[in-house]
Write a protein that binds this ligand. Structure first.
Ligand code: UDP
Length: 352
């Protein structure tokens, strides 16, 4: 079987690493990897290929750093050429980025079957570009690999035939289980001189938060009121917005460059609490048993909120500050599969 994998952004490298590692152990699957170039900084791209031992891409399209329409359009055109040349049996796409949508759309127009990993997630906020990418990708896909029961229900509500759906668990849970033993303390950590002091780990990168100066400033004010140190590895978009808007950082907020995955999971495992607007980081907080405060008004991972692990606070600085000072109480155990999502995805594709 010949599989064409399309990836382009940080969370996709992490998700795909689990599947690609298994494929490498099989003689009956040939994987061709296409990197669209959506993320291109070395700490947003290369570091993941090196650390997670993802095979080097067979194609690097170098299409990133432009607006939604230009990025999706150029990727679509370039991906069609690759697909015509490679003639894969399956096109595999991950998550909810422009690269996901471009891959799914290019393939379905060529009558190539698309498999979507992390299908069925919905925020029900259609102003998020990710939400549009997810919905369109799911409806173009032949095989939809859902991470949760909630995702399965969403897909059924949208009328996608049962025969296309498969509940496999979450590939990010596979990754968390596999890589936690390789978690690495960042070299700069000691220079923060936190001693035994507890810290909060924060990430901010969603366009809805970074593109609005007032909201970004409000989040920083909320983090400033956490009552303890906050470590904030910066996504390039957030860094440039803080600079462009000349936003001042509260004295307890320590910024760093975006870190690699192994350092990120060390920071998650050693934090007291996590504050984020990232989808992946919300779940990783749970995987590493940390309470999470989500800097959004809604989430795709609703079960974490229902179970008490996650609190939605939006961008209100008072809510952020008080949620970060709260001692969390009771939490329910949840399931994101059994750590074998990647294995199930591969065996299902081989059988198709
Ligand atoms: N991540 C990382 N370094 C960082 C910030 C995040 O390796 O500095 C990882 C994080 O552990 C998670 C993934 O990136 O696995 C989440 O990606 P992101 O927040 O960019 O996207 P989302 O999950 O919101 O789609």
């Amino acid at each position: 079987m010949k599989l064409l994998t399309i990836i382009g952004a940080r969370p996709q490298f992490i998700k795909a690493s689990t599947v690609s590692r298994l494929i490498a152990t099989r003689d009956d699957i040939q994987e061709i990897i296409v990197h669209t170039g959506q993320h291109y900084d070395s700490n947003m791209s290369n570091i993941f290929f090196d650390e997670l031992e993802i095979p080097q891409p067979d194609y690097n399209l170098g299409i990133g750093g432009v607006g939604h329409a230009a990025m999706t359009g150029r990727q679509l055109e370039a991906l069609e050429k690759v697909m015509l040349a490679e003639k894969p049996d399956w096109v595999l796409v991950y998550g909810d980025t422009n690269s996901t949508l471009a891959g799914a759309l290019a393939a379905v127009k060529l009558h190539l079957p698309v498999a979507h990993v992390e299908a069925g997630l919905r925020s029900f906020n259609r102003r998020m570009p990710e939400e549009i990418n997810r919905i369109l990708t799911d409806h173009a896909s032949e095989r939809l690999f859902a991470p949760t029961e909630t995702a399965m229900v969403n897909l059924k509500h949208e009328g996608i035939p049962n025969g296309r759906l498969e509940l496999v668990g979450d590939v990010m849970f596979d990754a968390a289980l596999f890589y936690r033993k390789h978690a690495r303390r960042p070299v700069w950590f000691d220079s923060l001189q936190l001693g035994k002091e507890a810290y909060i780990l924060a990430t901010i990168h969603r366009a809805e938060n970074t593109d609005n100066q007032k909201l970004l400033a409000a989040i920083l004010t909320g983090l400033g009121d956490a009552g303890k140190p906050v470590i904030l590895p910066l996504h390039p978009r957030t860094r440039s917005q803080i600079k462009r808007c000349a936003l001042s950082l509260p004295s307890n907020v320590h910024i760093t460059e975006a870190v690699g995955y192994l350092e990120m999971i060390w920071l998650e495992m050693n934090a007291e609490m996590i504050a984020t607007d990232s989808g992946g980081v919300q779940k990783e907080a749970y995987f590493h048993a940390k309470p999470c405060v989500t800097l959004r008004n809604e989430t795709e991972w609703v079960e974490l909120v229902d179970a008490g692990w996650n609190t939605l606070v939006g961008t209100d600085p008072v809510k952020i500050g008080s949620a970060l000072r709260r001692k969390n109480v009771e939490h329910k155990i949840l399931y994101y599969g059994d750590g074998r999502a990647a294995e199930k995805i591969i065996s299902r594709l081989v059988k198709s």
